[in-house]
Design a protein around this ligand. Structure first.
Ligand code: BJW
Length: 251
């Protein structure tokens, strides 16, 4: 493993544009469950009941209860060594660095990354379906307050600002992400199973365009076959090592 990390560090230190894609695996060490691992959310909760627009239409309170409970857990979470390693990488590469995340947990921002594209939204944002406002909402609510009233128009027709199955991602953001995958020198995929479209296309785009693709994951994933190198291990252990080698190499 160490030889592969050294190889990746050698390539990355000479790159100008780095595009990083992250998924739930990077936040596991912060105490936030993934979706498809052994104790993942989709092993306990059904997608159809909690993560589709139909589920929300049928029972908004039930869906809100689930997100409210997850918000409570995520609010207590802190970035781990993998998040901080990516913040250091942005420091090193400045404008050449971009971070695309599927995570809704805000931990990259807390770790001080700046150029972040949150393709699946953010659990600390609420969207009003009446006045269309999207606003920062870090509150965890009492059950009788759910769904929470809009801060602006007071309607109770609000929802978490996340992307459910069957919903489109923000068009300009996914286009931007595709461009970043196509034009980078190095594409780094971290802690994602690559099970969800259209994000899973990003490493494929990078590979198709001849970019160096490297994956950091605790296990092989559907992305592994598109990667030039796969580094199996916990991101909170492998990424700090990668970044320390890059820093050493850049003098
Ligand atoms: C570690 C680790 C450690 C653990 N260190 N690693 C084309 C073909 C077929 C279907 C579709 C298609 N296009 C669209 C679809 C439908 C659908 C889809 O993809 N379905 C698939 C299941 C096939 N996609 C959509 O509906 C998307 N919308 C869309 O495309 O709109 C247009 C359209 C609509 C309908 C039809 C056609 C077109 C929207 C997808 C929204 C996904 N939303 C969720 C919930 C977000 C809100 C919330 O959190 O509640 O996003 S689902 C969930 O999965 C969440 C995640 O962001 C996403 C990805 O999961 P992730 O991050 O990869 O986590 P895991 O658990 O899967 O993997 C964890 C990984 O970490 C593992 O690999 C571990 O090994 C690793 N790991 N510990 C390093 N310490």
């Amino acid at each position: 493993m160490i030889e592969r990390i050294k190889k990746a560090a050698d390539i990355i230190k000479n790159a100008k544009r780095i595009t990083v894609l992250t998924g739930a695996g990077i936040s596991k060490a912060s105490g936030i469950p993934t979706f498809r691992d052994k104790n993942g959310l989709w092993r306990k909760y059904s997608i159809e009941e909690f993560a589709t627009p139909q589920a929300f239409k049928e029972n908004p309170k039930k869906v809100w209860q689930w997100y409210n409970q997850r918000k409570k857990l995520i609010k207590q979470a802190k970035p781990n060594k993998a998040h901080y390693a990516l913040a250091e990488l942005e420091e090193l590469f400045k404008d050449g660095f971009a971070l695309i995340t599927q995570n809704i947990d805000n931990l990259h921002r807390l770790a001080s990354n700046r150029r972040i594209y949150e393709l699946h939204g953010n659990i600390f944002q609420t969207k009003c379906l009446v006045c269309d406002k999207v606003y920062l909402d870090e509150d965890v609510y009492e059950d009788e307050q759910l769904p929470p009233a809009c801060r602006y128009c007071k309607s109770k027709k609000t929802r978490p600002n996340v992307v459910w199955f069957g919903e489109s991602l923000d068009t300009s953001m996914i286009k931007k992400a595709m461009g970043l995958a196509a034009t980078c020198d190095v594409f780094i995929s971290i802690g994602t199973s690559g099970a969800v479209m259209p994000v899973a296309k990003l490493p494929q785009i990078a590979q198709y365009m001849g970019r160096y693709v490297v994956e950091f994951n605790a296990d092989y994933s559907t992305i592994s076959m598109f990667a030039d190198d796969v580094i199996i291990g916990k991101a909170e252990e492998t990424l700090p090592l990668l970044v320390s080698l890059i820093k050493r190499g850049r003098g």
